[in-house]
Ligand binder design. Structure first.
Ligand code: GDP
Length: 460
């Protein structure tokens, strides 16, 4: 392919059973043969392709053994990148993989950039851009559901949908061009009808995809949730109970000023990302300690607030302050401590917060929490989504492009209604076509491609 041969460590750093150094490009096999010595002395390129070969990596400078390995040669084009690939499976741990990578680089490979293997898979035409992005999402998926969404996308479900819409747009363009080429044939009137009918179809299809994007965002990023309430209402107890009952996925966020730990909890397939968990744990008094402004900021950042009131005590000014804050936000209200004597009930809260979900709970006794989970699901997943079959837009870039394409087609339809000349309409239709094409990479610029792959990890 005339490209550099690239190499990287494909496995996560750290102690592990095996580590893999991956090489892709024309020189892969030469490089591998220059440092690999198989037990049977047979050259790697002569052994059956895709067969693991046992042997050692040897430093050609002094013939010293670097590690005991299994090496596999996969000849392009039926490989991840469509290029020749060699993968060296060595012992896990940072030393063996690093030593081998250094040798591979000495022998003429270049260190792969972030996502470069997948980028080559895209540039060499094995997968389209949306599929390449799905690879990244698969790796970073936090729940089974978001993994399934990404797997669907990797298999081309979104790409297919986008292609179908673009096919309809192409038909529209064909009608337009025909009417421009043969104006005398009174074809224009026919074209207007067809454009309208097909344009509406395109708009509906784009809308359908856009509707899935809020679910997609939640699946991908987690439902950012903040737990609010005055001291002692049961915030930590709720958090602990959620964490205990559900699988928590903890990820460190490097580079943040505080040691924030993002805790993802998988509740009924919904990844909750609990904001400022540390804050809740460290202090009994979120609102007071962090201040009303900070609480407001937290609320602004979050998709959902779970707000707790103590049902065994009268409402206080503090409670009312919190009510004001969440009045216009997505919130689920818990009246907690229902195992104690009741001082406030749902009606009391409804006076201040009409139209909010209110659930009576006793976090201590574990009652009402199942209702909380069901409510969560109902609030955020409209209808029953069947991840396995449905196309779900989970990527912000795709969502933006769909929005642009929607705008284009709407404007085209409006121009049509206003009786604008057909070549004006064509401009919007073509923009719509190319905006959608950016999703699967048909019409995308090099800068955007570079930017997308920058976010990948090295070795993928
Ligand atoms: P926070 O300050 O809002 O985080 O509240 P905590 O979770 O620390 O709870 C304060 C106190 O209330 C603790 O002693 C809890 O055991 C207790 N508590 C929490 N939920 C309940 C409940 O449902 N019923 C009763 N009786 N006590 C509860």
């Amino acid at each position: 392919m005339g490209e550099d041969t690239i190499a990287a460590i494909a496995t996560a750093p750290g102690e592990a059973g095996i580590g893999i150094v991956r090489i892709s490009g024309d020189k892969s096999i030469d490089i591998a043969e220059s440092i690999f010595k198989g037990k049977t002395e047979e050259k790697l390129s002569k052994v059956d392709e895709r067969k693991l070969v046992y042997g050692h990596i040897i430093d050609p400078k002094d013939q010293s053994k670097i590690d005991e390995v299994l090496t596999v040669y996969m000849k392009g084009p039926f490989t991840y990148t469509k290029e020749d690939i060699v993968e060296i499976n060595c012992h896990g741990g940072i030393i063996p993989v690093r030593r081998i990578l250094e040798l591979v680089l000495e022998k003429g490979a270049r260190m792969a950039e972030a996502g470069e293997f997948t980028k080559r898979a895209f540039l060499n035409g094995r997968i389209d851009l949306a599929q390449a992005e799905a690879v990244m999402d698969l790796i970073s998926a936090k729940t089974d559901t978001s993994f399934d969404v990404s797997l669907n996308q990797l298999e081309g479900s979104l790409s297919k949908e986008v292609k179908n819409i673009r096919d309809v747009i192409l038909e529209i363009i064909a009608h337009i061009e025909a009417s421009i080429d043969f104006p005398e044939d009174d074809i224009e009137n026919v074209a207007y009808d067809k454009i309208e009918q097909k344009g509406k179809k395109v708009l509906t299809k784009i809308d359908e995809l856009l509707k899935t994007s809020s679910t997609g965002k939640i699946l991908r990023e987690g439902l950012k949730t903040v737990i609010l309430g005055k001291p002692n209402v049961g915030k930590s107890s709720l958090l602990n109970s959620i964490l205990r009952e559900n699988r928590a996925i903890v990820t460190d966020v490097p580079g943040t000023t505080r040691d924030i730990i993002e805790e993802y909890v998988n509740v009924n397939g919904i990844p909750l990302k609990i904001i400022d968990t540390a804050g809740i744990r460290e202090t009994d008094d979120v609102v007071e300690k962090i201040g009303v402004n900070k609480a407001k900021n937290l609320l602004n950042e979050s998709d959902l607030a779970i707000v707790i009131f103590d049902g065994s005590r009268d409402l206080t000014d503090e409670d009312k302050e919190i009510m004001k804050l969440i009045k216009d936000r997505k919130a689920i209200i818990l009246i907690n401590k229902t195992d104690l004597e009741e001082k406030i009930n749902k009606r009391e809260i409804e006076k201040y917060l009409p139209n909010k979900e209110i659930i009576a709970t006793s976090i201590l006794k574990g009652s009402g929490l199942d209702i909380l989970e069901d409510t969560l699901k109902e609030m955020f997943f409209s209808g029953d989504i069947k991840i396995k079959d449905d196309v779900i837009v989970s990527n912000v870039r795709h969502k933006e492009l769909l929005n642009k394409a929607k705008q284009n087609i709407k404007e085209a339809l409006e121009s049509l209604n206003m009786g604008m000349p057909i070549d004006c309409i064509e401009v919007d239709i073509k923009d719509c076509w190319s905006n959608l094409g950016e999703i699967n990479g048909d019409t995308v610029s090099e800068d955007i491609i570079d930017k997308i792959f920058e976010d990948f990890c090295i070795g993928k």
